[in-house]
Design a binder for this molecule. Structure first.
Ligand code: ADE
Length: 224
Protein backbone atom coordinates (compact mmCIF):
# COMPACT_ATOMS: atom_id res chain seq x y z
CA UNK A 1 0.00 0.00 0.00
CA UNK A 2 1.04 3.56 -0.60
CA UNK A 3 0.05 6.45 1.69
CA UNK A 4 0.73 10.01 0.61
CA UNK A 5 0.17 12.75 3.16
CA UNK A 6 -0.20 16.41 2.23
CA UNK A 7 0.89 18.58 5.13
CA UNK A 8 2.53 21.91 5.90
CA UNK A 9 4.41 20.25 8.78
CA UNK A 10 6.13 17.14 7.40
CA UNK A 11 8.41 16.87 10.42
CA UNK A 12 5.46 16.13 12.69
CA UNK A 13 5.39 12.65 11.15
CA UNK A 14 9.05 11.77 11.68
CA UNK A 15 8.72 10.32 15.18
CA UNK A 16 5.42 8.53 14.73
CA UNK A 17 6.36 6.88 11.45
CA UNK A 18 9.94 6.19 12.51
CA UNK A 19 9.24 3.81 15.40
CA UNK A 20 7.79 0.44 16.19
CA UNK A 21 5.33 -1.27 13.89
CA UNK A 22 5.10 1.48 11.27
CA UNK A 23 8.85 1.60 11.01
CA UNK A 24 8.92 -2.16 10.47
CA UNK A 25 6.04 -2.01 8.00
CA UNK A 26 8.01 0.52 5.95
CA UNK A 27 11.18 -1.53 6.14
CA UNK A 28 9.40 -4.69 5.01
CA UNK A 29 7.81 -2.84 2.07
CA UNK A 30 4.25 -3.44 3.34
CA UNK A 31 3.72 0.31 3.13
CA UNK A 32 5.39 3.21 1.37
CA UNK A 33 4.73 6.57 3.03
CA UNK A 34 5.34 9.81 1.24
CA UNK A 35 4.94 13.21 2.89
CA UNK A 36 4.32 16.14 0.54
CA UNK A 37 4.76 19.69 1.82
CA UNK A 38 2.10 21.49 -0.16
CA UNK A 39 3.72 24.84 0.59
CA UNK A 40 6.05 23.83 -2.24
CA UNK A 41 3.03 24.29 -4.52
CA UNK A 42 2.21 27.87 -3.48
CA UNK A 43 2.21 30.20 -6.46
CA UNK A 44 3.20 33.45 -4.74
CA UNK A 45 6.69 34.55 -3.83
CA UNK A 46 5.94 34.48 -0.08
CA UNK A 47 4.87 30.82 -0.34
CA UNK A 48 1.54 31.60 1.32
CA UNK A 49 -1.06 28.86 1.10
CA UNK A 50 -3.77 30.69 3.03
CA UNK A 51 -5.84 33.78 2.37
CA UNK A 52 -8.67 35.92 3.78
CA UNK A 53 -12.27 34.69 3.57
CA UNK A 54 -14.54 36.37 1.05
CA UNK A 55 -17.33 38.10 2.94
CA UNK A 56 -15.10 38.73 5.93
CA UNK A 57 -14.67 36.88 9.19
CA UNK A 58 -11.81 36.04 11.49
CA UNK A 59 -8.94 33.82 10.45
CA UNK A 60 -7.39 32.62 7.27
CA UNK A 61 -8.51 29.85 4.95
CA UNK A 62 -6.47 27.27 3.15
CA UNK A 63 -6.56 28.13 -0.55
CA UNK A 64 -7.61 25.57 -3.16
CA UNK A 65 -4.79 26.03 -5.67
CA UNK A 66 -1.79 24.71 -3.69
CA UNK A 67 -3.79 21.60 -2.70
CA UNK A 68 -4.94 21.02 -6.27
CA UNK A 69 -1.43 21.46 -7.64
CA UNK A 70 0.08 19.21 -4.98
CA UNK A 71 -2.49 16.50 -5.74
CA UNK A 72 -1.78 16.68 -9.45
CA UNK A 73 1.93 16.19 -8.79
CA UNK A 74 1.26 12.79 -7.17
CA UNK A 75 1.61 9.81 -9.46
CA UNK A 76 -1.70 7.97 -9.82
CA UNK A 77 -3.64 10.58 -7.85
CA UNK A 78 -6.74 10.18 -10.04
CA UNK A 79 -7.32 6.60 -8.90
CA UNK A 80 -6.10 7.05 -5.29
CA UNK A 81 -8.61 7.36 -2.45
CA UNK A 82 -8.36 11.00 -1.43
CA UNK A 83 -9.34 11.91 2.10
CA UNK A 84 -9.62 15.32 3.74
CA UNK A 85 -9.15 15.48 7.53
CA UNK A 86 -11.75 17.76 9.06
CA UNK A 87 -13.97 17.85 12.15
CA UNK A 88 -16.89 18.06 9.69
CA UNK A 89 -16.09 14.64 8.23
CA UNK A 90 -17.66 11.27 8.97
CA UNK A 91 -16.46 9.86 12.32
CA UNK A 92 -13.59 7.41 11.83
CA UNK A 93 -14.34 3.86 12.99
CA UNK A 94 -12.61 0.48 12.77
CA UNK A 95 -14.84 -0.69 9.90
CA UNK A 96 -13.51 2.22 7.84
CA UNK A 97 -9.91 1.36 8.81
CA UNK A 98 -10.56 -2.17 7.52
CA UNK A 99 -12.04 -0.84 4.28
CA UNK A 100 -9.14 1.58 3.74
CA UNK A 101 -6.57 -1.17 4.43
CA UNK A 102 -7.68 -2.80 1.15
CA UNK A 103 -7.06 0.31 -0.94
CA UNK A 104 -3.89 0.55 -3.04
CA UNK A 105 -3.14 4.23 -2.58
CA UNK A 106 -4.46 6.60 0.09
CA UNK A 107 -3.92 10.33 -0.01
CA UNK A 108 -4.55 12.13 3.30
CA UNK A 109 -4.87 15.91 3.21
CA UNK A 110 -4.16 17.81 6.42
CA UNK A 111 -5.66 21.25 6.74
CA UNK A 112 -4.57 24.00 9.06
CA UNK A 113 -5.73 27.53 9.81
CA UNK A 114 -9.38 28.39 10.45
CA UNK A 115 -10.75 26.32 7.62
CA UNK A 116 -10.70 25.46 3.94
CA UNK A 117 -11.85 27.03 0.79
CA UNK A 118 -14.99 24.97 0.14
CA UNK A 119 -13.72 23.97 -3.31
CA UNK A 120 -11.06 21.76 -1.70
CA UNK A 121 -13.93 19.44 -0.78
CA UNK A 122 -14.61 18.80 -4.46
CA UNK A 123 -11.07 17.39 -4.88
CA UNK A 124 -11.52 14.50 -2.43
CA UNK A 125 -13.54 11.28 -2.18
CA UNK A 126 -14.17 11.40 1.53
CA UNK A 127 -13.96 13.68 4.57
CA UNK A 128 -13.02 12.07 7.88
CA UNK A 129 -13.11 13.33 11.47
CA UNK A 130 -11.25 11.42 14.18
CA UNK A 131 -13.63 12.64 16.87
CA UNK A 132 -15.89 15.42 18.05
CA UNK A 133 -13.18 17.83 19.09
CA UNK A 134 -11.12 20.36 17.19
CA UNK A 135 -7.41 19.87 16.61
CA UNK A 136 -4.99 22.52 15.37
CA UNK A 137 -4.68 20.62 12.10
CA UNK A 138 -5.28 17.34 10.34
CA UNK A 139 -1.85 15.81 11.05
CA UNK A 140 -2.79 13.91 14.20
CA UNK A 141 -5.86 12.60 12.41
CA UNK A 142 -3.75 11.49 9.45
CA UNK A 143 -1.38 9.70 11.85
CA UNK A 144 -4.32 7.96 13.53
CA UNK A 145 -5.78 6.81 10.22
CA UNK A 146 -2.39 5.70 8.83
CA UNK A 147 -1.56 3.82 12.04
CA UNK A 148 -4.89 2.00 12.25
CA UNK A 149 -4.73 1.06 8.56
CA UNK A 150 -1.08 -0.01 8.46
CA UNK A 151 -1.41 -2.44 11.37
CA UNK A 152 -4.09 -4.27 9.33
CA UNK A 153 -1.84 -4.80 6.29
CA UNK A 154 -0.75 -8.38 5.66
CA UNK A 155 2.46 -9.25 7.50
CA UNK A 156 2.52 -6.16 9.73
CA UNK A 157 1.06 -7.43 13.01
CA UNK A 158 3.42 -9.64 15.00
CA UNK A 159 0.62 -12.10 15.56
CA UNK A 160 -1.69 -12.31 12.52
CA UNK A 161 -4.47 -13.96 14.50
CA UNK A 162 -4.74 -11.03 16.91
CA UNK A 163 -6.59 -8.59 14.62
CA UNK A 164 -9.92 -10.46 14.75
CA UNK A 165 -9.83 -10.03 18.56
CA UNK A 166 -9.27 -6.28 18.41
CA UNK A 167 -11.76 -4.07 20.15
CA UNK A 168 -14.41 -3.00 17.57
CA UNK A 169 -13.45 -5.73 15.08
CA UNK A 170 -16.81 -7.44 15.47
CA UNK A 171 -18.48 -4.40 16.99
CA UNK A 172 -17.53 -5.33 20.57
CA UNK A 173 -14.83 -4.24 23.01
CA UNK A 174 -12.04 -6.68 23.72
CA UNK A 175 -12.20 -9.04 26.72
CA UNK A 176 -9.86 -8.56 29.74
CA UNK A 177 -6.40 -10.09 29.40
CA UNK A 178 -3.72 -11.11 31.89
CA UNK A 179 -0.10 -12.15 31.87
CA UNK A 180 2.16 -13.48 34.65
CA UNK A 181 2.16 -13.51 37.65
CA UNK A 182 -1.04 -15.44 38.44
CA UNK A 183 -1.44 -13.32 41.59
CA UNK A 184 -0.23 -9.75 42.15
CA UNK A 185 -0.92 -7.86 45.40
CA UNK A 186 -3.97 -10.03 46.01
CA UNK A 187 -5.34 -9.57 42.48
CA UNK A 188 -5.78 -12.97 40.86
CA UNK A 189 -6.06 -14.05 37.25
CA UNK A 190 -9.53 -15.62 36.75
CA UNK A 191 -9.31 -19.40 37.26
CA UNK A 192 -10.81 -20.19 33.88
CA UNK A 193 -7.83 -18.60 32.07
CA UNK A 194 -5.35 -20.93 33.75
CA UNK A 195 -7.64 -23.99 33.45
CA UNK A 196 -6.39 -25.02 30.02
CA UNK A 197 -10.01 -25.60 28.93
CA UNK A 198 -10.15 -23.73 25.64
CA UNK A 199 -13.88 -24.07 25.08
CA UNK A 200 -14.50 -22.54 28.51
CA UNK A 201 -11.91 -19.83 27.89
CA UNK A 202 -13.58 -18.88 24.58
CA UNK A 203 -16.99 -18.78 26.28
CA UNK A 204 -15.64 -16.63 29.14
CA UNK A 205 -14.00 -14.21 26.71
CA UNK A 206 -17.16 -13.84 24.67
CA UNK A 207 -19.20 -13.14 27.81
CA UNK A 208 -16.64 -10.64 29.10
CA UNK A 209 -16.53 -8.92 25.74
CA UNK A 210 -20.31 -8.53 25.73
CA UNK A 211 -20.42 -7.43 29.37
CA UNK A 212 -17.68 -4.86 28.89
CA UNK A 213 -19.36 -3.46 25.79
CA UNK A 214 -22.70 -3.29 27.61
CA UNK A 215 -21.14 -1.44 30.55
CA UNK A 216 -18.87 0.93 28.66
CA UNK A 217 -20.30 1.32 25.18
CA UNK A 218 -23.98 0.40 25.03
CA UNK A 219 -24.14 2.44 21.81
CA UNK A 220 -22.01 -0.23 20.08
CA UNK A 221 -24.43 -2.98 21.07
CA UNK A 222 -27.36 -0.97 19.75
CA UNK A 223 -25.59 -0.60 16.41
CA UNK A 224 -25.10 -4.34 16.16
N1 ADE B 1 -8.77 18.71 12.02
C1 ADE B 1 -9.11 19.42 13.11
N2 ADE B 1 -9.85 18.70 13.95
C2 ADE B 1 -10.02 17.48 13.38
C3 ADE B 1 -10.68 16.29 13.76
N3 ADE B 1 -11.38 16.19 14.88
N4 ADE B 1 -10.63 15.24 12.91
C4 ADE B 1 -9.94 15.33 11.76
N5 ADE B 1 -9.28 16.41 11.35
C5 ADE B 1 -9.31 17.49 12.15
Amino acid sequence: MKITILSLFPEMFTGVFGESMIKRAKESGAVVIDIVDFRDFATNKHRHVDDYAFGGGAGMLLAVEPIDRALQSIEGYQTATKILLTPQGVPFVQAEAIRLSKVEHLILICGHYEGFDERIRSLVDLEISIGDYVLTGGEIGAMAIADSVIRLLPGVLGSPESAPHDSFYDGLLEYPQYTRPVEYKGMKVPDVLVSGNHAEIDKWRREQSLRRTMERRPDLLKKR
